[in-house]
Design a protein around this ligand. Sequence first.
Ligand SMILES: Cc1cc2nc3c(=O)[nH]c(=O)nc-3n(C[C@H](O)[C@H](O)[C@H](O)COP(=O)(O)OP(=O)(O)OC[C@H]3O[C@@H](n4cnc5c(N)ncnc54)[C@H](O)[C@@H]3O)c2cc1C
Length: 494
Amino acid sequence: MQKSKHFTRKELLQIIAPLGLGLVFYGCNEAAPKEIRELGKGEEKDTLGQVAEVLGQSGCVFVFPENKQFKGLNQPFNLRVPKTPKCIALCSSAVGIQNAIIYAKDQNLKVGIKSGGHSFENYSTLEDGLTINLSLFKSIEVNGDEATIESGCLLREVNDALISKGKILPAGSCGSVGIGGLTLGGGYGFFSRKYGLTCDHLIEAKMITAKGEQLIVNKDHELFKVLKGAGNGNFGVVYEFKFKIHPAPKLFRRWKLKSYKMTLERYKALLPEWIKLTQSLPESVFAAFVQNKKTAVFLITDFEQADLQGMIDRFAILCDKTYPMTQVPLAKALTYYYGVQESIPFKNSSAGYFNSYEDFEPFINQVIPIVLESKGLIYQINTLGGAIGNAVFREDSIYPHRDYALLTELQAYWEESEVGKELVQQNSKILTIIEEAGVSAQYVNYPSAEFKSPLEKYYGKENIPQLMALKKAYDESNLFARPQGLSNEEENKV
Ligand SMILES: Cc1cc2nc3c(=O)[nH]c(=O)nc-3n(C[C@H](O)[C@H](O)[C@H](O)COP(=O)(O)OP(=O)(O)OC[C@H]3O[C@@H](n4cnc5c(N)ncnc54)[C@H](O)[C@@H]3O)c2cc1C
């Protein structure tokens, strides 16, 4: 059995120290992973050296609610949806993940898998389950046009490591999102229209299945396609990805325009023009429309010196304010979009994929007034298209929404819980309107617990039989049982 990375004692101490991890109650034996070796229940081992020793031997420590480190390790990015597992398995190697799975089966616990912990609904943690926490899987190696990245890496860490070597991996914009969840659900951002989704860059993944088997999944493996769009918490624990990477552009340009005092009528005049503009953008360009109450923001970015000025000037006539174009080195520019890095309460969700303004017409008269009246509710339209629709990527992955040019999302962040309750209700109202208007495609990485028939929405109805067959083959006992995940259990079946 091969370890994903051999941490030196010093490295482990460096990783563990910020977690303040000092207690270990259980550990297991690398040499005999089938035997769970109890290190002394209730016994305090409060030096970092001892923790490092246990990780070194077994690749896994178990942390329980009564341990003071539990709270920090269990904290989701979204404080709206706290969950308490029975146990967290903090793993540092493939063997450690195998040991965690053995322990979960032994204790009859379902398993959640956590990389960056940014799931909108906290689907990486199962109430009363066991969380396999991959935050110690931090290695990034760049080798020519390929990068090997472990699942616990956050996007800002990936950017730092790759850009310093003149490379990029097309991924999302938020700096604290985990590469694990992002890749397995798709992954889009500033570079996707030119190069495709993050999952389209996957060459190989290493994972541990529900049976505890270690798999190397590449283009010849039947799981390769499904890890690209349906891999989140369904088939096994992916602990390492090998990606194709691209040369990093030197500069990143941004245009920003704003319109104030938006009304439904003004919105209906601006949106068709905006969508028309997005339809003729070069592939190096990403654009987003963001409506926050009565203010509309239009954002355009480019990393290849595309000739956009004329097009933007024509659109600017319709807006109230045009900010000067900015051009800064790529590494710096990306940090502008990293967003809040600390956990907060929020309700975000996918709000449908579209192609043209006509697609919005069945619901726009109902949805826009709700956004206009709800302080804190953000309605965003992002551009897709370009290389995302590439025929090879389509053939090589299960990600089903490649024909769409636009992805919409709802966002709401708050400080007071009363405000939060109201915003969650508004989100729900809009999702119902959109659903009733017949919108059926949603992004699995922007889940909402309220979607009806979520699997069809996330994965496409036509793909469900294949996904169910693979779920049965690799996880018949439903060990990985996240909400809205593939399930063999009768009551949760699609
Ligand atoms: C503020 C914010 C900004 C975002 N921006 C973007 C964006 O620009 N583009 C974009 O595409 N998405 C974006 N997302 C969505 C993001 O892609 C998803 O939330 C993603 O699933 C998060 O991955 P994670 O590892 O951080 O989350 P986690 O909560 O750890 O995991 C998410 C899901 O994936 C599963 N999973 C995680 N790791 C593994 C693994 N190693 N093996 C198997 N299953 C695993 C989990 O069980 C869970 O179901 C954003 C999310 C947030 C909160």
